[in-house]
Design a binder for this molecule. Structure first.
Ligand SMILES: [Zn+2]
Length: 226
């Protein structure tokens, strides 16, 4: 087994317990099982996941670096509070700077296989299995939307744009906001405009379609602050 692993060149992963604890806490944040601002007791998480407290501390420290949880002296960890208007505007202004460019690059790099791939993600978003409730509907929408945007950035090929956006955890923050907003047939139509630009191989149209999509998403979600 060790030899096989070495032959494949895969790294040994002492972090794997931490990774799975991280995934589990992330999932709870995403599903609102841990609400914005709620405390995250290390001992309870460790018991639930049947691990020691060390990997829980490490996972929480990673989540803290990513801005998804906060640590307070004597109180411990809690889920990051809901996005305020300032954070929201900062995030969308940043997205407007980089995502239209990512879409333009994606149009230039588009291949039939890549187009088929993102068309399938968009179709899944529009027609996937019926979610069981409001929470899972928003959660599903936010996740697939994040995947759709991430794949476009991947096709665009600028890894700085892609990883910087990815590390903002846009979908987690937006999901928590979407809770107060309407889910959007409109977003699906905007995705369709973007796909049409990719199909036509029109980089300027792709850039413009992405800009409009982000501006309109911002306007829809802004209702959460009113
Ligand atoms: Zn979108």
């Amino acid at each position: 087994m060790e030899a096989l692993r070495e032959n494949r060149g895969a790294p040994v992963r002492p972090q794997s317990v931490v990774d799975s604890v991280y995934d589990s806490i992330y999932e709870r944040l995403m599903s609102l099982a841990i609400a914005p601002g709620a405390r995250i007791p290390i001992d309870v998480i460790a018991r639930d996941l049947n691990v020691s407290q060390t990997p829980v501390r490490e996972a929480l420290s990673r989540l803290e670096r990513e801005g998804l949880v906060n640590k307070a002296h004597l109180i411990g960890y809690s889920a990051a509070p809901q996005f305020g208007r300032k954070e929201f505007e900062d995030l969308f202004n940043f997205r407007l700077l980089v995502e239209p460019e990512g879409a333009r690059l994606a149009a230039l790099n588009m291949t039939p296989a890549a187009l088929e791939h993102i068309e399938a993600i968009a179709a899944d978003m529009a027609h996937g299995a019926a979610p069981v409730d409001r929470t899972s509907r928003y959660s599903r929408f936010a996740r697939i939307d994040a995947h759709f945007h991430d794949e476009i950035m991947r096709i665009g090929g600028n890894e700085v744009i892609r990883s910087t956006l990815f590390n903002q955890h846009v979908h987690l923050h937006l999901f928590r906001l979407m809770f107060h907003s309407r889910v959007t047939q409109e977003a699906l139509e905007e995705h369709e405009n973007l796909l049409a630009a990719f199909r036509a191989g029109d980089a300027a149209a792709a850039e413009q379609a992405m800009r409009e999509h982000i501006q309109r998403s911002r306007d829809r979600l802004m209702l959460a602050f009113e």
